[in-house]
Design a protein around this ligand. Structure first.
Ligand code: PRX
Length: 636
């Protein structure tokens, strides 16, 4: 029996039981047999969820890029590591071999060093899905700098907040990006952001679109000439297992975004292990995850997990609708993709289009299909299964989070029988449980509750950058001795988990986590707005869309409402990004509030979701009269 590669259900159960009975032993064996360490650990695990403090492989030393790149050179040097598929198919794909990746990462690492980046420094990366993005991550990791990737769809304000929160001294960006027919000027977004980031001394600029940019003397430097002059060999910096590898921001229900800190050793072991098993990766497979590296899915399952396994991983720059809705399937056929991992929102969008777009391509290379980011509805699951997988490729519905670093609950394809909309069973080492309203653990099956994790796993985030107290309060205070996920879940008769969705004020729109608070803050900046509340409502393609209830100040009352709606959405775009725009905006005379002044979102959510049959008790509200008024004027 191999602990590392599970091949059938019985084996899964054996491995799972072992991982729970003796987690230290289980992970130690995997770490020992499948990775390259410069020095072995003194202790596999120490933990205390009350602090909270978790350490894996303490005392061990390594560099993750030696595991992702160097150790493959002897056996897989000429194998494609990164297969880049550009936005415009006529530009042609690029195959970057492990040897070439080694050279590019080393050269980039030398540039970073020459620009004064040292171990522990934070570097913000704001790049489109081009090979330089993966190279930049790995170059940081090579020298022990901590990367903080910001999705290149975020606005200047959102970028600046993230740069300042973790004191980045350097930004790596590009002149622009291509997304379908659009060419986006990224450099001017960075310029605007950097006006409020005094700590950034260097901004390295990758040329992608050739668009016109202004380069600020003393700060902005074109990357290519620096690469041309740099040495192509760079010794990897030796890191402690618990040294930070990266920071990645995620939205909370309140306050500013949370910079989740991931460390090196445990993250590497877990992402590599989960990648191997969830995707059943084999040597000549060509694996494609369509996520952006700006999100955790891209970090763990485009870059680190696949490369640690010596895989060929595809990076796609474009969008599913360009040049037409067949683009994904054209790429699958062209590169003979074996594992395809995407988001339910993409599936729903493509399922709306003509079936010819799928049927005209040969998808017979596919062996495993994956989804991530939000619950997948039954209809989308069947479409994916019937038309993409031809009922031949198991679907892995993978549940996890930025905070968990790796996939937590997922079928093992060809082992775990799947059921539509069920993420099914925990991966080895993961101990989920459900809690009730009274903070009691719910035993048995066919139950529903709040999803918690009872025991540490190697890739969990260790803290929120600069705010450990918030880390404790958000994840470890609701249920004593447990990590609380913020999600609700059901456990069925055989113990399968089905994630039912967020139980807090985080709304998942098109697979993107959005906190209500920052959006409301942006809206409230509008001079005509007195107050606002955002809720999610079901949407065919996005899963959820945003519905805003907005009360105007007297000065705003006579104004043209459509114009106001446009201005408010523009503000949101400027402060956060277009992903956070509201689909519906209803102007109200007031918002329903409890006697302590808290907005009753539950009621607003029901109205937006056309679920007004049972609004619950509204008599205890401070202002029950506004509820009827809001219902009468609802945009549903
Ligand atoms: O609500 C869950 C949902 O996405 C949240 C995590 O979002 P984020 O940190 O952005 O990471 C997304 C990619 C890992 C979770 O709390 N979620 C993620 N995957 C699933 C899911 N909900 C249901 N089913 C899933 N497979």
């Amino acid at each position: 029996m191999s602990n590392y590669h599970i091949k059938h259900l019985e084996e899964y159960w054996q491995v799972y039981r072992k991982s729970v009975r003796n987690p230290e032993n289980f992970w130690e064996e995997i770490a020992e047999e499948h990775f390259l360490w410069r020095k072995k650990w003194d202790k596999v695990l120490s933990w205390d969820f009350s602090k909270p403090e978790v350490k894996w492989f303490e005392g061990a030393q390594l560099n993750i890029t030696e595991n992702c790149i160097d150790r493959h050179l002897a056996t897989r040097g000429d194998k494609t590591a990164i297969l880049f598929e550009p936005n415009d198919p006529s530009e042609g794909a690029q195959h970057i071999t492990y040897k070439e990746l080694h050279e590019r990462v080393s050269t980039m690492a030398n540039v970073l060093k020459a620009q004064g980046v040292e171990k522990g420094d934070r570097v913000c990366i704001y790049l489109p899905m081009i090979p330089e993005l993966a190279v930049a991550l790995l170059a940081c990791a090579r020298i022990g700098a901590v990367h903080s990737v910001v999705f290149a769809g975020f606005s200047a304000t959102a970028l600046a907040t993230r740069i300042n929160d973790c004191d980045c001294k350097m930004v790596i960006c590009s002149d622009g990006s291509y997304r379908g027919k659009k060419k986006i000027d990224l450099k001017s977004i960075v310029d605007e952001a950097l006006e409020s980031c005094p700590g950034v001394t260097t901004n390295l600029v990758v040329q992608r679109t050739g668009g016109e940019v202004t380069m600020k003397e003393g700060r902005d430097i074109w990357l290519q000439p620096l690469l041309d002059q740099a040495d192509t060999v760079c010794k990897a910096t030796v890191m402690d297992a618990e040294d930070s590898l990266f920071i990645l921001y995620t939205s909370g229900s309140t306050g500013k975004p949370k910079g989740m800190v991931h460390t090196t050793g445990g993250y590497m072991v877990y992402t590599a292990y989960s990648f191997k098993n969830v995707f059943q990766y084999r040597e000549n497979d060509v694996y494609w995850c369509t996520a952006d590296i700006g999100w955790i899915t891209g970090h763990s399952y485009i870059v680190y997990g696949p490369l640690c396994n010596g895989a060929t991983t595809v990076m796609f720059e474009g969008v599913p609708s360009y040049p037409d809705y067949g683009r994904f399937w054209e790429i699958v056929e062209k590169h003979k993709i074996t594992q395809f991992y995407t988001a339910p929102t993409a599936i729903r969008a493509l399922a709306k289009e003509n079936l010819d777009y799928v049927e005209k391509y040969d998808l017979s290379s596919l062996k495993v299909l994956g989804t991530v980011g939000e619950p997948i509805n039954e209809e989308a699951w069947h479409w994916y299964n019937d038309h993409v997988g031809k009922k031949n490729s198991p679907i892995v519905d993978t549940w996890w989070q930025t905070e968990t670093g790796g996939i937590m609950i997922s079928p093992i394809p060809y082992s775990t029988p799947t059921i539509p909309t069920f993420a099914t069973l925990p991966l080895p080492g993961i101990q989920p449980t459900l809690m009730d309203e009274n903070a009691q653990e719910i035993k048995g099956n066919q139950v529903e509750g709040r999803l918690c994790i009872k025991f540490p796993w190697p890739s969990m985030a260790r803290t929120i950058y600069g705010n450990h107290e918030r880390y404790r309060d958000t994840y470890f205070s609701a249920y004593k001795g447990m990590y609380f996920t913020g999600d609700g879940a059901r456990r069925d008769a055989v113990g399968y988990y089905r994630i039912t969705g967020r139980v807090d004020d985080v709304i998942i729109v098109s697979g993107h986590n959005l906190g209500t608070a920052p959006i409301e803050d942006a809206i409230n900046e509008h001079p005509a707005v007195a107050e606002s509340a955002i809720v999610g409502f079901p949407h065919d393609i996005k899963g959820n869309a945003l519905y805003g209830y907005i009360t105007l100040k007297e000065t705003g009352e006579g104004r043209d409402q459509d114009n106001l709606r446009k201005e408010i959405n523009q503000l949101i775009t400027d402060r956060i990004g277009p992903i956070a725009k509201l689909d519906k905006i209803q102007f109200t005379n007031g918002l329903p509030k409890t006697r302590s002044g808290k907005i009753m979102r539950r009621i607003l959510r029901k109205i937006a979701g056309k679920d007004t049959g049972n609004l619950g008790d509204t008599s205890t509200l401070l202002n029950p009269e506004v509820v009827q008024d809001i219902m009468d004027n609802a945009l549903v």
